[in-house]
Design a protein around this ligand. Structure first.
Ligand code: DAH
Length: 340
């Protein structure tokens, strides 16, 4: 077998293999050009026939034509196959159908309250602070003037978790309020301190329409020289009027918290709440930071005063939006969420 015949056989096998793996029309056109186009490899052999000895010409010429024709037929067949596949796909596609709309999501109602609260307090020069949801007993209770035999610890006891080996501050638990963020902030910063701390908290509660073992609070803390109860009342009143409506009324009732002295509970009333049948809703605890707390974080005696507050946002959102079941906040039902 001559060298040209050998070459033709190789080209045929090569072209047929390439064709078998060819999946689109563009690639097919390229293959065709490579083998049987004007500058193709098989065409080149046909052109070289003239240089062969006379007795070889008919045999090799016959083979060359055979290879060229076989390939041309195979290319045409493959082209037809690919084209019919495309037109089949097109026939299955209804281009007159309306497009699929991407539904835009919304912020969760509690996130909206968080963000609005942060916006209002930022304008008054407050920074946002954060703390861990798994907190140690010292930050959660002791430093907040709540010793281990204090009854407030029983009603707030949540889930205790195993001590990490490096634990310095007693046992760890799911934090029962955002107040430990006050401690963490004061340990890191000297006054003036002006912060709010939104976050998730946990309680030992059986879930029902108005109780949830997990909910959210926003803590506030302001420490400087000569901070007074008047600052507390003014700030809280301004904040709730901004958040809810200018005709919001705010009422302070004496109360007790271990970490503030004096302490108050804050009630709110708005025409909107009253229309929903709620005269006053109890929304927050607050007071003037107890000197024991300053002592725990190492602030100098008598140099500073400060106020703190903490309020739960689920209750506020429920009255504001007329939500009757607290569990709706965590069920992730779009029919609920898309209403806000
Ligand atoms: N930590 C309290 C609670 O979980 C709320 C609270 C009361 C926060 C008084 C404060 C405060 O900062 O001063 O119910």
């Amino acid at each position: 077998m001559s060298e040209l015949e050998q070459q033709l056989q190789t080209l045929r096998v090569e072209a047929e293999t390439a064709l078998a793996g060819c999946a689109d029309l563009a690639a097919l056109t390229q293959l065709k050009a490579k083998y049987i186009g004007t500058h193709g490899a098989v065409t080149a052999v046909l052109k070289a026939l003239g240089r062969l000895p006379k007795e070889d010409k008919p045999r090799v010429g016959k083979l060359a034509n055979e290879v060229k024709n076989t390939l041309a037929t195979a290319f045409a067949a493959r082209q037809e196959e690919l084209e019919s596949h495309i037109s089949h796909l097109q026939s299955q596609m209804d281009t007159t159908l309306p497009g699929r709309r991407h539904r835009l999501g919304r912020l969760h109602p509690l996130t909206q309250i968080f963000e609005e609260t942060v916006r209002i307090f930022r304008r008054m020069g407050f920074a946002v602070e954060d703390g861990p949801e798994i907190e140690d007993e010292w930050h959660c209770f002791d430093a907040l003037n709540t010793p281990s035999d204090h009854p407030a610890r029983d009603i707030q006891d949540t889930l205790y978790v195993d001590l990490p080996p490096h634990a310095k501050y007693g046992r760890y638990l799911l934090r029962t309020h955002t107040s430990p963020v006050q401690i963490r902030t004061m340990l890191r910063h000297q006054p003036p301190v002006r912060i709010i701390a939104p976050g998730r908290v946990f309680r030992r509660d059986n879930p029902d329409a108005t109780h949830s073992p997990t909910f959210h609070q926003i803590e506030g803390l302001y420490v400087d020289r000569n901070v007074s109860v008047a600052d507390l009342k003014g700030t809280v009143e301004f904040f709730f009027k901004q958040l809810l409506s200018p005709d919001t009324q705010v009422r302070f009732r004496p109360h007790f918290f271990p970490y503030t002295e004096p302490s108050f509970e804050i009630d709110l009333s708005t025409p909107h709440f009253r229309a929903r049948g709620k005269e006053w809703i109890e929304i927050a605890g607050c007071g003037m930071v107890d000197p024991h707390v300053f002592k725990a974080v190492g602030y100098p005696d008598d140099a500073y005063t400060g106020w703190a507050f903490g309020f739960g946002i689920e209750r506020l959102a429920m009255v504001q939006y007329g939500i009757t079941d607290i569990r709706l906040f965590t069920e992730n039902d779009v029919r609920f969420l898309e209403q806000f």
